[in-house]
Design a protein around this ligand. Structure first.
Ligand SMILES: Nc1ncnc2c1ncn2[C@@H]1O[C@H](COP(=O)(O)OP(=O)(O)OP(=O)(O)O)[C@@H](O)[C@H]1O
Ligand SMILES: [Mg+2]
Length: 323
């Protein structure tokens, strides 16, 4: 399997604090990697590091981001921006903050293209084409509207259109559906899945929602305190998690009776803060499986066939109803 996007040992700091502490994964064309984990685990910072869109004060301090084998971090700054802008599309949680309220949506999609060197004429026709591809009816009429004249779902479709318009190879979606109601959320997932298949996009989908993971992901990366604690294909991960944190997330999937969309899975204790990580495994204080070693030695991500997990205790030695 050749990967379109391969990330190795990615480390990102904001000021002196390491927020992303060695994350690695690979995504092939037409595949979806879901990134899950509680709030603050570093999902967005990982995405922004890859897309080169870190906030002020943030910088990548280690690792590689390989796009079809080329390390984009090693490219000169200007080239890096051009490559990433055209080859990595990104969509965010809140369509209102990513769209300019004063500009017609068609012009915004087209501007993204002209910024990447498209002529105005080509940008305009591509804009209408791509608005149709994301399932917006009468693209020419939609293109003339302002963001506030669209529903939340339509705005999200416009953002997807803008992201895929330059025909990127990678699409990173950072919780783009959490603000939408369930029906619209499903429609957006369907649109992205169709585009993934048609374009052969490598998709990275960040979410809190394990239901979404089950629907769209091929591979799953579970993050905790800036690291991947488990990485596996979706079926084995759901059937037999290899990290106690993943097991906790799965146990707390809402049932039809408790369904509360977008709710954070409840695991006892407080997530680790990046500025005050304990010496050992950051999950140890909350972990029902911890042993003495966990308190002073952080486990590396190791092979736990069929996936990988960062835990000193393998599932066959877990106590209680661990799974
Ligand atoms: N601009 C910033 N300056 C300093 N620290 C930040 C900044 N943005 C995020 N952080 C910190 O970086 C860590 C990782 O944040 P990140 O946004 O990647 O988490 P996340 O997994 O995306 O969470 P969420 O699910 O809430 O979106 C958090 O501890 C957060 O407090
Ligand atoms: Mg985030």
């Amino acid at each position: 399997m050749s990967s379109v996007l391969r990330v190795e040992g990615l480390r990102t700091a904001i000021g002196d604090v390491e927020i992303v502490r060695g994350v690695g994964f690979a995504v092939a064309a037409g595949e979806t990697l879901a990134v899950v984990g509680e709030s603050g685990s570093g999902k967005s910072m990982t995405a922004l590091s890859i897309a080169g869109l870190l906030p002020r004060g943030g910088r990548v301090v280690g690792g590689e981001v390989l796009l079809e084998g080329r390390d984009v971090l090693a490219l000169p700054e200007a080239r890096r921006r051009a490559v990433r802008g055209a080859e990595i599309g990104m969509i965010y949680q809140d369509p209102m903050t990513s769209l300019n309220p004063l500009t017609r949506v068609g012009a915004q999609v087209a501007e993204g293209l002209t910024a990447h060197g498209w002529t105005k004429v080509r940008a305009r026709s591509r804009t209408l084409e791509v608005l149709a591809e994301v399932g917006l009816p009468s693209p020419a009429a939609i293109a003339r509207l302002y963001p506030h004249q669209l529903s939340g779902g339509m705005r999200q479709r416009v953002l997807i259109a803008a992201a895929i318009a330059p025909r990127p190879k990678v699409l990173i979606a950072d919780e783009p559906t959490t603000a939408l109601d369930v029906t619209i959320q499903q429609q957006i997932l369907d649109v992205v899945a169709r585009l993934r298949d048609e374009y052969g996009l490598a998709v990275v989908w960040i979410t809190h929602d394990l239901g979404v993971v089950a629907r769209i992901a091929d591979e799953v990366l579970v993050m905790y305190a800036g690291r991947a604690v488990e990485r596996a294909s979706v079926r084995p991960l759901f059937a037999a998690p290899a990290h106690p944190y993943t097991a906790g997330l799965l146990r707390s999937i809402p049932t039809p009776a408790t369904v509360h969309r977008g709710a954070l899975p409840q695991i006892g204790g407080i997530p680790a803060a990046p500025s005050g990580l304990p010496a050992g495994c950051p999950f140890a204080p909350r972990c029902p499986q911890r042993i003495g070693r966990c308190e002073h030695e952080e486990p590396p991500l190791t092979d736990r066939s069929p996936g990988h997990a960062a835990c000193w205790v393998s599932p066959e030695h877990w106590a209680g109803e661990a799974r």
